[in-house]
Design a binder for this molecule. Structure first.
Ligand SMILES: [Zn+2]
Length: 298
């Protein structure tokens, strides 16, 4: 961004800060408000800690190298994974309880913190929403006004252990596990950070949380009247038949950093994620554009 454009943007931010109450809420609720209020060029949305690296490490590295601002939003803390809860709780998988899942979520949050620091992302630009791992599809499709209760943690509202959840930071209280809460958080972030590009998992991904993450972001994009570029990436399952709209071939340096960030996500989970880096390290990242005029409605 040129100096003139940046100055104009900063002036605009000043005006917005004066008229939008949410900006002052951010100022009250977070420590590093100056950076958090800045508009984003790229917004990467991941269902779980590790998807941000698997899908978009190259996109993040390239944008940061070009001095563009990147935000990463992780929808869940990965707190619904019994095999990892068993490792951190040092128990059999059949004996794990809520405390073990909370520990697993804390560990997986710390993985993303470390991996994003490795990529050079300012910590203020990494956000955890604290919604239920393995519960995102249910959150979207269920027909109930009562908050969803996650089977593993027994939580029914957003939270964070290593890093507090977005809603608590910004609004001073957690959000109930409801479809409207997650859409609301995403709309708020998109409106406030005004990204030019958004990336989220593809609706054809075979993991329920991943396809539901798409549904939520698609709805939030519509509600926020987002006009930028909207891309998807596939983590689990076959890629779409259509050729990708964007390919990012990783340089040697980008590949080495991505590999190391994937290994960050293996720490303390052995043997569960021992093959994470080996499985997901690819020479290029592929993205499919979502075109609002032709997208399906859920
Ligand atoms: Zn995932």
């Amino acid at each position: 961004m040129s100096f003139v454009l940046r100055s104009a943007t900063l002036t605009l931010i000043g005006v917005l800060a004066a008229i939008q109450p949410t900006f002052s809420l951010l100022a009250q609720g977070t420590k590093s408000t100056k950076t958090q209020r800045l508009p984003l060029d790229v917004l990467v949305i991941a269902p779980h800690p590790d998807d941000e690296v698997i899908g978009c490490a190259g996109i993040i590295l390239r944008a940061l190298a070009e001095h563009r601002r990147v935000g990463v939003v992780v929808i869940t803390s990965g707190d619904g994974y019994p095999a990892i809860a068993a490792v951190v709780g040092q128990k059999d998988k059949m004996e794990v309880g809520p405390a073990d899942f909370l520990k697993a979520g804390a560990l997986r949050q710390s993985h993303s913190v470390r991996a994003m620091a490795r990529l050079g992302l300012p910590k203020e630009d990494l956000t955890f929403l604290g919604y239920p791992d393995s519960g995102i599809e249910s959150l979207y499709t269920r027909n109930s006004s009562a908050p969803f209760v996650q089977l593993f943690t027994r939580k029914s509202e957003t939270y964070g252990v290593t890093v507090p959840d977005y809603h608590s930071l910004v609004h001073g209280k957690p959000a109930p596990y409801l479809k409207a809460s997650l859409i609301g958080d995403l709309v708020e972030i998109i409106r406030e950070r005004q990204p030019k590009e958004i990336y989220v998992t593809h609706e054809g991904d075979t993991h329920g949380d991943h396809r539901a993450a798409f549904w939520f972001v698609r709805d939030a994009v519509r509600d926020a009247n987002f006009q930028g570029d909207f891309f998807t990436y596939v983590v689990h399952g076959a890629p779409p038949i259509q050729p990708p709209d964007r390919r990012l071939k990783l340089s040697k340096s980008q590949a080495e950093t991505k590999q190391a960030a994937l290994v960050d996500h293996q720490q303390g989970t052995s043997p569960v994620h021992d093959q994470l880096a080996a499985t997901y390290m690819k020479p290029e990242e592929l993205f499919w554009r979502v075109r609002p005029a032709t997208e399906s409605t859920q």
